[in-house]
Design a protein around this ligand. Structure first.
Ligand SMILES: Nc1ncnc2c1ncn2[C@@H]1O[C@H](COP(=O)(O)OP(=O)(O)OP(=O)(O)O)[C@@H](O)[C@H]1O
Length: 267
């Protein structure tokens, strides 16, 4: 019998009921992710990336198919799957430390108060935000808030880290700094990650695999590309390698030749 991967999506179909009848967003998606793999999901707007990520998060129930994490079927949200959204979703009345603490309290059974505090500070330190522990989200820049959002997610020690366009709202330089934070975390923690992005360079820089989705409705996986430069990667070392250029070119051809943006086609 075939050994299942750590995260296995088998025949995932999602149909949404609408006034005009049933709308098929995803049509029979099969995807296997190994433990410690970083998978970027890319595709044009509206193709179904968030629907797929939300199905893994347990927020969307597939119409057909099954999602298995370490052999167990997923049917609801759980702390073993932490999500980082584009909008950091921090509670504005709590400090940075309290925001992370809230997540730790839900997941850190067995740790006493002092250990929990240390764990919170350790995770803030990993994203270089320990210095801002007593600040409130309103006092932070967009990039700093996203760092805290990432610290909150990894502090939960999730089995899978789900990121839905985590840097979509940031300027290019802040985004690059956050990508470096994610690369550093990945080198230290080797999380299993599923990340949505619209940015080809981001996908190729961060991921072990770039999973490209066809345009919806009834989206499927069009191509699943292994990115060859070995991890850990450094931005300046990989950008000039032929492997990086090859992966980047394959994704661009997929998005702009084989599956052009439906919005531009309609124009
Ligand atoms: N609850 C819902 N009811 C009906 N249709 C939905 C629902 N949620 C999503 N859809 C539709 O499913 C399709 C996929 O949406 P989804 O948000 O997953 O796309 P996406 O690739 O994440 O888009 P974007 O990149 O713009 O965030 C879209 O056509 C969307 O309108």
């Amino acid at each position: 019998m075939k050994q299942r991967s750590y995260l296995a999506l088998e025949g995932i179909t999602v149909e949404f009921p609408t006034k005009a009848g049933s709308f098929c967003a995803l049509d029979g998606i099969d995807l296997e992710v190994e433990k410690g793999q970083f998978v970027a999901l890319i595709g044009h707007s509206g193709c179904g990336k968030s629907t797929l990520l939300n199905a893994v998060a347990g927020l969307v129930k597939p119409t057909r198919g099954v999602i298995l994490l370490d052999g167990e079927a997923i049917d609801k949200p759980g702390p073993d799957r932490a999500v980082v959204f584009q909008d950091h979703s921090l509670l504005p009345w709590l400090t940075v430390e309290e925001n992370v603490r809230l997540a730790v309290d839900k997941t850190a059974g067995g740790k006493n108060k002092a250990e929990r505090k240390d764990w919170v500070m350790h995770n803030l330190d990993l994203v270089q935000m320990a210095h801002a522990a007593t600040k409130r989200p309103g006092e932070l820049s967009g990039g700093m808030k996203q760092r805290v959002g990432i610290a909150r997610a990894i502090a939960m020690n999730p089995r899978v880290l789900l990121m839905d366009e985590p840097f979509g709202a940031l300027d290019a330089l802040t985004r690059a700094a956050l990508q470096d934070v994610v690369m550093d975390l990945q080198a230290r923690l080797n999380n299993t990650v599923l990340m949505i992005t619209h940015d080809v360079d981001e996908a190729v820089l961060l991921a072990d695999r770039v999973v490209m989705m066809t345009n919806g409705p009834a989206a499927r996986i069009g191509e699943d590309l292994t990115v060859r430069p070995a991890r850990p990667r450094s931005r300046l070392e990989v950008i000039d390698t032929p492997e990086y250029a090859e992966a980047r070119s394959a994704v661009i051809h997929f998005l702009h030749e084989r599956y052009r943006n439906p919005a531009t086609l309609a124009a």
